[in-house]
Design a protein around this ligand. Structure first.
Ligand SMILES: [Zn+2]
Length: 442
C-alpha cells in the first residue's frame, strides 16, 4: 500500500475503542487522513513518499479544546480576582475595546500558544468570528467557531439580536470549509431569551451545526432559574431548549436530576475546571455526566478565565477536581481524562468521526511528544504520563490534516515575532481603558 507520509518508531497512543497502544508503532497518512495505524512489524506493508522517524517519541491525537474565547488574549490578566467580573468589568471592557482588528490579531496570537502546546482542534465563541476563522486558517488549526448572540448590542452587531444575522452571514461564508465549522453561540441563559434560543436551535439543527452556549455557570443565573423552574437545566428543558447539537460550557450548577435530564437530551458538555476553580464556583459533576453517557470534552475557557490556553493545564486538573469532589482517589482515572481531552472533545463538538483518535479514515490530527524529558520520563503508563506529567514544552511537532503546523522551528503559518509585536501594540492601546475600569470597579 502507498501513502504520502509515515511517522514511524513512535509510541502510538491511538485512543481507539480498544485503547490500543503500539510501542513501537507507526501511522501512515494519505492526503489529509490516516490510512493505517499499527505496530512496527506491519510498517513495511506501506510504501511512503516521506517518513518521519519519531525516535521513540509519543505520537497521540492532538488535543481538542472544547470551549475558548481566543481573542480575549488581548485582556489576559486584566480585572482578576474581582466579584461579579462579567457584568461589572468584562461587558463594559468589551463594549469599549473589541474591534475587528483586535479580534484578528489577538486570535492569531492566541493560536500560537494553543498549537504549540498540542491543540489541533478548538471551539471558540466570540464576536467577529470570521476574523478568528481567517486566523485559524493561517495557523492551520481545525475549529468550531460560534458567532456570539446576545439580546443587547454587541461589538460586531449594533442592533439588538443582530448577532443572528451576522452569524448567518458568517455561516454562509464558511460552511463546507475543510478546517472551519461555523455556527451560532448564544451567550447564556441570562443574556438570550427563550424565543431567540429557539430560533437558534431551529437554524442550527436545520443546517446540521452545533450551537455553543454557557450554561449553569454563574450564581445569579442559578438563583434565578432555581426559583422559577427548579434549576437552569429544568428551565431549558421546559422551553424545549436541550437538544443533541447543544454544547453547554461549564454546567457547574447541576443536581442529580439535572444529570439525568442532560443525558436524556443528548446534549454535550465542555468542562472548564481551571476557569471554574478560579471563579470560585462549584465543581462540575463531569465524572457523573460522563458515566451517565454524556459526551464530555475538556476546555481551558478564554485567556482571561483559564488563563493558560494549553490543555495540559486542564487534562490533569479534571481528574484531580473530580477526586476532590468524590473524596475518592479512583474517581476519573487518567485514561478517561486523556480521552476527554481528545476524542471526548471531538465527540462533544460533533467531530467524533473526523478527529480525536488515531484510526484509519480520520483526519491526521496528531502530535509528537518528547516523553524522554526530565518532567515525563520514565513512563510506565502513557495515560498517567500525559494526564499528570506532560507540560506544553514537551510537544515537539503538531500535525493537522497531515500538515505540519508547528515543529521545532516554530509555527509554519504564523509569523510569531509579528504576532507578538501586534499584541504589544494592542496592549498599549488597551491599557488606559483597562486601568480606568479597574479603578471604577475595585
Ligand atoms: Zn466561556
Amino acid at each position: 500500500m502507498t501513502c504520502d507520509l509515515v511517522v514511524e518508531n513512535a509510541a502510538v497512543l491511538t485512543l481507539d475503542a480498544e485503547w490500543r497502544v503500539h510501542e513501537p508503532g507507526f501511522v501512515a497518512v494519505r492526503g489529509d487522513a490516516i490510512a493505517g495505524v499499527g505496530p512496527m512489524a506491519e510498517r513495511d506493508d506501506w510504501e511512503a513518499a516521506s517518513a518521519v522517524d519519531a525516535g521513540g517519541r509519543l505520537l497521540m491525537p492532538g488535543f481538542v479544546n472544547a470551549h475558548t474565547h481566543v481573542a480575549m488574549a488581548a485582556f489576559r490578566s486584566a480585572g482578576e480576582d474581582m466579584r461579579d467580573r462579567l457584568g461589572r468589568y468584562l461587558f463594559p471592557l468589551e463594549k469599549r475595546l473589541v474591534t475587528r482588528e483586535l479580534v484578528r490579531a489577538a486570535s492569531r496570537y492566541c493560536l500560537v500558544e494553543m498549537a504549540s502546546s498540542g491543540t489541533t482542534t478548538f471551539a471558540d465563541m466570540y464576536y467577529f468570528e470570521d476574523e478568528v476563522a481567517k486566523s485559524a486558517k493561517e495557523a492551520g488549526l481545525r475549529c468550531v467557531l460560534g458567532e456570539t448572540v446576545v439580546d443587547f448590542p454587541a461589538p460586531d452587531a449594533p442592533e439588538p439580536y443582530g448577532g443572528i444575522a451576522y452569524g448567518l452571514r458568517f455561516i454562509g461564508e464558511w460552511l463546507g470549509d475543510e478546517l472551519v465549522t461555523p455556527c451560532l453561540a448564544p451567550h447564556a441563559t441570562y443574556t438570550v431569551g427563550p424565543d431567540r434560543l429557539r430560533e437558534i436551535r431551529r437554524v442550527s439543527e436545520g443546517k446540521g451545526l452545533p450551537a455553543l452556549m454557557h450554561i449553569a455557570e454563574t450564581a445569579p443565573e442559578n438563583a434565578r432559574f432555581r426559583a422559577s423552574h427548579g434549576s437552569v437545566i429544568r428551565y431549558l428543558r421546559s422551553e424545549g431548549l436541550l437538544y443533541p447539537g447543544l454544547v453547554g460550557a461549564h454546567m457547574v450548577y447541576l443536581d442529580d436530576d439535572d444529570i439525568g435530564i442532560v443525558a436524556e437530551s443528548g446534549m454535550s458538555v465542555a468542562h472548564c475546571p481551571a476557569s471554574n476553580a478560579k471563579s470560585g464556583r462549584p465543581i462540575c459533576p463531569a465524572g457523573a455526566l460522563s458515566e451517565a453517557g454524556v459526551r464530555l470534552g475538556l476546555a481551558t475557557d478564554g485567556p482571561i478565565s483559564g488563563n493558560g490556553m494549553d490543555m495540559q493545564g486542564v487534562v490533569g486538573l479534571f481528574p484531580k477536581m473530580q477526586k476532590v469532589l468524590a473524596l475518592d482517589r479512583e474517581a476519573v482515572p487518567a485514561r478517561d481524562a486523556v480521552r476527554a481531552a481528545t476524542l471526548g472533545g471531538a465527540e462533544a463538538l460533533g467531530l467524533g468521526s473526523v478527529t480525536g483518535s488515531l484510526e484509519p479514515g480520520k483526519k491526521a490530527d496528531m502530535i509528537l511528544v518528547d516523553a524522554d524529558a526530565f518532567n515525563m520520563a520514565p513512563v510506565y503508563d502513557w495515560y498517567a504520563a500525559v494526564a499528570y506529567a506532560m507540560r506544553p514544552h514537551n510537544v515537539d511537532t503538531v500535525f493537522v490534516g497531515g500538515r505540519v503546523v508547528k515543529d521545532g522551528a516554530g509555527m509554519r503559518g504564523v509569523d510569531e515575532a509579528a504576532a507578538k509585536a501586534d499584541m504589544r501594540a494592542i496592549a498599549a492601546s488597551c491599557s488606559g481603558v483597562i486601568a480606568e475600569l479597574e479603578r471604577g470597579t475595585r
